[in-house]
Design a protein around this ligand. Sequence first.
Ligand SMILES: *Cc1c(COP(=O)(O)O)cnc(C)c1O
Length: 227
Amino acid sequence: MPNICENLQIIGNRILEAEKKYGREPNSVKLLAVSKYHPISALETAYACNQVCFGENYVQEMQEKAEALQNRNIEWHFIGPIQSNKTKHIAAIVDWVHSVDRLKIAKRLSEQKPKNRAAISICLQVNISGESSKSGINETELIPLAKQIQELSGVNLRGLMAIPAPESNFDKQRASFAKVRKLQEKLNQQGFDLDTLSMGMTGDMEAAIAEGATIVRIGTAIFGARK
Ligand SMILES: *Cc1c(COP(=O)(O)O)cnc(C)c1O
């Protein structure tokens, strides 16, 4: 069994170190604990060690966990591929959706958000590796889509999310994340006010922080390997 609390502490320190090393404000990078495939008990342990933001990839799994942990003050983030017939279940639970890749999904989340809750914070998932197999929005589609999404009242467009192809070389990791940062800058030059870059996982977290990540999505380094 991994020591989840100790792992959270180690990751927290790694984030602080990277913020310092790359000239980022202390505590400007938020740690999202990615808990997919891990049992409710693992989330309970992490929560008891002050982790409040959790990311899930599968709707039914998130529903089960959110139900079991409803008395906790957890901030749920959905980070997986989205089928349009599942948006209602997502909208009922989450504060954040990182993986929005088309207008239809943003519209449905906006309409289905419970009336008594704040607008759902969303990121647009961009495809920067240029592989057709990877999901995400291409650079040419990004600005028109962002303009349409900005008109929706139930969602709040906060930034961009990316999952670059796995790469062990630090400079190459950085180069991919730099592309995401430049897209954010481009949008902000066009009048957008995006404050979020969701990028960096267990294997490339420091490179992402070097290029401006504001949310890192960490699973393995907290909870251990997934089945
Ligand atoms: C699983 C997953 C993560 C976490 O990956 P690790 O390498 O285990 O840290 C982050 N982001 C997304 C979108 C994921 O699906």
